[in-house]
Ligand binder design. Structure first.
Ligand code: PLP
Length: 458
């Protein structure tokens, strides 16, 4: 059979409120042309993020009811610990309320002034936590990652010669760890190959630098390895994922992605002394070591989610539906970051709207047109999110690409929802010259994309 179906039945539904174009025009204006300010009930298809937006399975909901809410040593904790140990082989497993809580604990311990943390690409909360500690975050992804049309199969790979050069420049003793984000969210959700993780490990070993994974999307990365890396086709995804973890000294995980839950996180490590210090910080701000910042029911949902996510029928459907969206957009002539990655399709809004200069925010303008036309919400990753004025030099900061990210929540939308998105984008593309630019009328000094207000340029 050519048709790949969603490998689940739907038992509980949440209605989508259909809106008219006139209603959406009024809603968009009330939201000052910023989709973050649109109430979710007014959105038809919400592609803002894949984080914390998964639909849970009946087994996860059943686990929620079985959750043991004892303060210390709850049954749910032992279940969660067993599942995570089987999956990762890590001796120290710390539950946290979400990914950035794991990052905060880790970098408070290993970061600090004068330290340098290399990664393929730091996710924005990771970078913020590294920098908050006083350390410097350095992105060393391979150069192919910056070429939207380059179909390199592992555009998330870390550039090992640049890692060697950084070590030679700053000295290994200033590098507390090296990080690999799988898949590389800030770089188009692109996977990292096993060969690359092994190569980074070898460099780290030569210089006695620990290697950590940011493993939010470990299962999607492992499945893309199975699909794309020579010699990996006949291995179970669980084994590939285990090899990824075996190559690392620790990991931070936001369970809101491949944990298939709405809240939760994990911090993993092998080093006993570091784990003892991390547990002390965990107790200080998250909670006792057997629950982190979570309820027992959340631990049960995570334990089940981390097993379900390795079901290869699920992963096949998941990666295929993201690729399906990407392939149909390409067939309609819409430029995207190629090849499609794990959790999202990134539309090259700068190429869709060549008539709009970066100061008129082509990505944000495309977002507004998508909402107006079809009630679809997505996120801009371009001059609104990363642009602005350099506080030291006063110069305008321009990101390399103006992108719109269409992130696909897990198990939430069916193929007809995706077909609707494809049709809407095709219609918008046909009249792209009419997309109007925007100017900022009000913006906070940091993280302006969340709350900035815009108006249309005449
Ligand atoms: C790669 C990556 N790391 C870390 C995080 C932070 O996780 P959380 O939102 O659970 O704090 C995210 C969230 O999107 C992410 O994509």
């Amino acid at each position: 059979m050519k048709t790949i179906i969603e490998p689940f039945k739907i038992k509980m539904v949440e209605p989508i409120r259909l809106t008219t174009p006139d209603e959406r025009e009024a809603i968009l204006r009330r939201a000052h042309f910023n989709p973050f300010l649109i109430p979710a009930d007014d959105v038809l298809i919400d592609l803002l993020t894949d984080s914390g937006t998964s639909a849970m399975s009946s087994e996860q909901w059943a686990g929620m009811l079985r959750g043991d809410e004892s303060y210390a040593g709850a049954r749910s904790w032992f279940h969660f610990e067993r599942v995570l140990r089987d999956l990762t082989g890590m001796p120290h497993i710390l539950p946290t309320h979400q990914g950035r809580a794991s990052e905060r604990i880790l970098f408070e311990l290993v970061g600090g002034a004068g330290k340098v943390v290399p990664a393929n690409s730091h996710f924005d909360t990771t970078r913020a936590n590294v920098e908050h500690s006083g350390a410097r975050a350095v992105d060393l992804v391979i150069r192919e990652a910056y070429e939207p049309r380059n179909r390199h199969p592992f555009k998330g790979n870390l550039d090992t010669p640049r890692l060697e050069a950084l070590i030679a420049e700053v000295a290994a003793k200033r590098i507390p760890l090296c990080l690999i984000t799988v898949t590389n969210n800030s770089g188009g959700g692109q996977p990292v190959s096993l060969e690359n993780i092994r190569a980074v490990r070898a460099v780290c070993d030569r210089h006695h630098i620990p290697l950590f994974l940011d493993a939010c999307r470990f299962a999607e990365n492992a499945y893309l390895i199975k699909q794309r890396e020579p010699g990996q086709q006949n291995r179970p995804v669980r084994d590939i994922a285990r090899e990824m973890f075996d190559l690392a000294d620790g990991a931070t995980i936001s369970a809101k992605k491949d944990g298939l839950v709405n809240i939760g996180g994990v911090l993993l490590m092998r080093d006993d002394a570091l784990a003892a210090r991390a547990n002390n910080l965990l107790i200080l701000t998250e909670g006792f070591v057997t629950y982190g910042g979570l309820a027992g029911r959340d631990l049960e949902a995570m334990a089940q989610g981390f097993q379900e996510v390795l079901d290869e029928d699920y992963l096949h459907y998941r990666l295929r539906s993201v690729a399906y969206l990407g392939e149909h957009l390409l067939a309609a002539g819409i430029p995207i970051i190629e090849p499609p990655g794990g959790h999202a399709i990134y539309v090259d809004a700068g190429a869709v709207c060549p008539h709009l200069p970066p100061e008129q925010f082509p990505g944000q303008a495309l977002l507004c047109t998508m909402y107006r036309h079809a009630g679809i919400r997505a996120v801009e990753i371009g001059s609104v999110m990363f642009g602005g004025t350099d506080p030291d030099t006063g110069e305008t900061i321009r990101p390399p690409l103006e992108l719109v990210r269409l992130a696909i929540p897990r198990r939430v939308y069916t193929q007809s929802h995706i077909d609707y998105v494809i049709e809407a984008l095709g219609e918008i593309y046909a009249k792209r010259r009419s997309i109007r630019g925007l100017r900022i009328v009000e913006a906070p000094p940091v993280l302006r994309h969340f709350s900035a207000k815009f108006e249309e340029v005449e």
